[in-house]
Ligand binder design. Structure first.
Ligand code: ZN
Length: 297
């Protein structure tokens, strides 16, 4: 009996370390570039937890002067991303924009030539500087250029507008608009059709999240197509719906707190899948708990 327990423990630990090892070994094949519009492409990612998870969606914008890459997936995908880009253009990658700090969006910054200019929000640079992946020699893959509220890059039909509207997924999420193409790369401010991950250790806020999306929607009209952080390419209408979803999530937790309910009761009281067709509820519990904690602090 006892031996059987020990043996199954060894098996369990073995399984965990194999899983951890596999998680560190990128080997899932990347899909080919999919054209979003004209000279803008995306290399799609799957949702975290999936067997073929490679990181977030990568935007590839082929400009007059070179290729601008938005986000770089998990570590180890640099050469593969570059090879995929080669299939559509011979131009070199000249710039990376990181939407936010997380390793599934910044992991392969190191896989690009050191000459590539890296751009991000100033808070994201500060968050990245705290990561082991950007310490020592790797500090050269931190953003070279940052901004606070808004910054435009390049110009003419190649113009790229970067906007920061406040905390949400983290405290440094950039919305990237390609105005000539009317496309927004939203990063993890619109990750998937489920509750967002609220990274409070990097300044994320479920209280600010719906407000931040409202500011974007009220202030930026020149996009109708949206590249989410992980979900396939979609529409402005879907992002507007996501804003309402995050507002309802916040309102649900606020109501539970006002009624004096516990965190568990607050979490249990939230049911948004009936109202939001096609939405999952796999991440609602964690998000509701994070909002509860934020409201109670
Ligand atoms: Zn993220």
């Amino acid at each position: 009996m006892r031996r059987a327990v020990v043996f199954s423990l060894i098996l369990a630990v073995g399984a965990i370390s194999v899983a951890a090892f596999q998680a560190q070994q990128p080997k899932a094949a990347l899909p080919d570039l999919v054209k979003v519009k004209d000279n803008l492409y995306v290399i799609e990612g799957s949702t975290p937890g999936g067997t073929a998870f490679t990181g977030g969606n990568v935007g590839v914008f082929v400009t007059e002067k070179g290729v601008v890459v938005v986000d770089t997936k998990l570590a180890g995908y640099g050469p593969t991303i570059l090879a995929k880009i080669k299939a559509v253009t011979d131009k070199p990658v000249t710039m990376i924009v990181n939407t936010h700090t997380h390793g599934d969006h910044t992991g392969s910054n190191e896989g690009f030539p050191a000459s590539v200019e890296i751009v991000a929000h100033e808070n994201t640079k500060a968050n990245m500087a705290k990561m082991d992946a950007f310490k020592g020699d790797k500090a050269q893959y931190l953003p070279d250029r940052t901004y606070k509220d808004k910054m435009s890059l390049l110009g003419g039909k190649d113009q790229i507008d970067l906007y920061y509207f406040g905390a949400g997924h983290t405290n440094g999420d950039t919305f990237i608009v390609f105005p000539a193409l009317r496309v927004l790369h939203a990063g993890d401010m619109f990750p998937w059709k489920d509750a967002p991950f609220l990274d409070r250790s990097n300044g994320g806020s479920g209280v600010e999240y719906p407000r931040t999306l409202s500011k974007l929607l009220a202030g930026v009209k020149d996009f109708d197509t949206v590249i989410p952080g992980h979900h396939p390419v979609t529409t402005r209408q879907d992002l507007e719906e996501y804003q309402r979803f995050t507002a309802d999530l916040l309102a649900g937790v606020e109501a539970a707190v006002k009624a004096g309910r516990s965190a568990d009761e607050a979490v249990a009281s939230i049911n948004l899948t009936a109202k939001y067709k096609g939405y999952k509820a796999e991440r609602v519990k964690a998000a509701a708990q994070a909002i509860f904690d934020e409201l109670k602090k």
